[in-house]
Ligand binder design. Structure first.
Ligand code: SF4
Ligand code: SF4
Length: 372
């Protein structure tokens, strides 16, 4: 297993981290504990020492199962990370209760890393206003958590504000070769690295989307290697030295074996492989419905329609066909910002540098996304 040392000079983590949000389940949609232990044990025995969970994963079951599994291992042989669900809190009291509940479920005296979960503009403001960050700093002083960080889902500007708010011990972002300009993205990676804050990466394979690519898209990979699409995606993330852990939410034994293999014998990408990834990215982008770049020149729409937001969901669906994700993103656009509010005034089309038929495309997007 390949390991990376953190800027503190002491912490050493396996480059592959086990994300416990997609553990194997039985017919009742409960974690199949026996199978989950088999996966976790294979990873542990093959050198994985970073285990990531959260209050919300598997409706609260993930912490229980992971805690139980880790009880069979020496406490100093692994790094255990969990996350405070600030989106489920309405006060400091709620946050305190959640933390105590988590410690009981995990059955541990301390957590190696504690992340404030999924920070965005709103949850960050609440975390500051309600004293949740101060409370987490007290937990650090008491030794109940050893490192404090945050995981993140919002735009780069918000990321910059949060990461410079205090000296965080780590931070977790979404990063992969197709999302280099999404969320924190490349700029976020560079800033965190400059600030010497270790990065933990989630969604390196974009929820499996970068594995499930059509053959015509992945021709450049197949022309130079037998490695899986996922392996290319994981190694792209790992080639960034500021990245200390690449998380994979593993569900099957085969996935664990394959991911362990990728990082056991980790080889940085060659120039040819980087070129192939660029070509595959271009191929993926060719599948879009329209060429919206998200520049926002068309905004604001006088009727409040979220034009770039709608096209982003529509085009993502075209690229990956991920219905569940598209539905989730579509639900995220408020009803009053959906294309059905467009009165076809045409103002947006005059501003669009890509000369898109925005009015026509909005109707198509609304119809398709509503039908999912
Ligand atoms: S055409 Fe529709 S989307 Fe474009 S500015 Fe007018 S109301 Fe908004
Ligand atoms: S101006 Fe055109 S390209 Fe830019 S966000 Fe609006 S629709 Fe997309």
């Amino acid at each position: 297993m390949n390991y990376r040392t953190w800027p503190d000079g002491k912490t050493k983590t396996s480059l592959l981290g086990f994300g416990c949000m997609r553990l194997p389940q039985n017919k009742e949609n409960k974690i199949d504990e026996k199978e989950a232990f088999r996966l976790l044990d294979y990873a542990y025995k093959n050198g994985v020492n970073y285990f990531d969970t959260a209050y919300m994963y598997h409706d609260g079951e993930s912490e229980l199962v992971l805690g139980k599994f880790l009880d069979t291992k020496p406490r100093d042989s692994y790094i255990l990370t969990s996350k405070l669900p600030v989106m489920m809190c309405n006060s400091l009291e709620d946050a305190k209760n959640k933390f105590e509940e988590q410690m009981k479920k995990l059955n541990k005296d301390y957590l190696d890393c504690y992340l404030i979960h999924g920070l965005n503009k709103d949850t960050f403001k609440n975390s500051v206003d309600w004293g949740i960050i101060d409370y987490c700093e007290d937990l650090l002083k008491q030794g109940r958590i050893k490192r404090l960080g945050f995981s993140f889902h919002d735009d780069y500007e918000t990321f910059e504000k949060i990461i410079t708010y205090r000296k965080w011990d780590l931070c977790q972002i979404q990063y992969n070769y197709i999302d280099q300009n999404e969320q924190a993205g490349n700029k976020g990676y560079e800033l965190a690295t400059k600030l010497n804050i270790p990065l933990i990466i989630m969604e390196p394979v974009k929820g499996g989307n970068l594995q499930r690519l059509p053959d015509d898209v992945t021709k450049p990979f197949k022309a130079i290697s037998q490695d899986s699409n996922a392996s290319f995606a994981l190694r792209w993330v790992a080639m960034h030295e500021g990245v200390k852990v690449v998380l994979s939410g593993m569900t099957t034994y085969e996935q664990v074996v394959e991911n362990v293999k990728t990082f056991e014998d980790y080889k940085p990408l060659t120039e040819d492989e980087i070129k192939a990834i660029d070509e595959v990215s271009e191929n993926i982008k060719k599948h879009v419905f329209n060429g919206c770049t998200g520049c926002r020149y068309c905004m604001p729409c006088p009727r409040g329609v979220d034009i770039p937001g709608t096209f982003k969901v529509w085009n993502n669906y075209a690229m990956f066909g991920d219905e569940r994700h598209a539905k989730w993103q579509w639900d995220d656009i408020p009803d009053e910002a959906k294309p059905k509010n467009c009165v076809k005034c045409g103002k947006c089309e005059k501003m669009c540098p890509q000369h898109l038929s925005i009015r026509e495309d909005l109707v198509k997007a609304q119809n398709l996304l509503n039908s999912l």
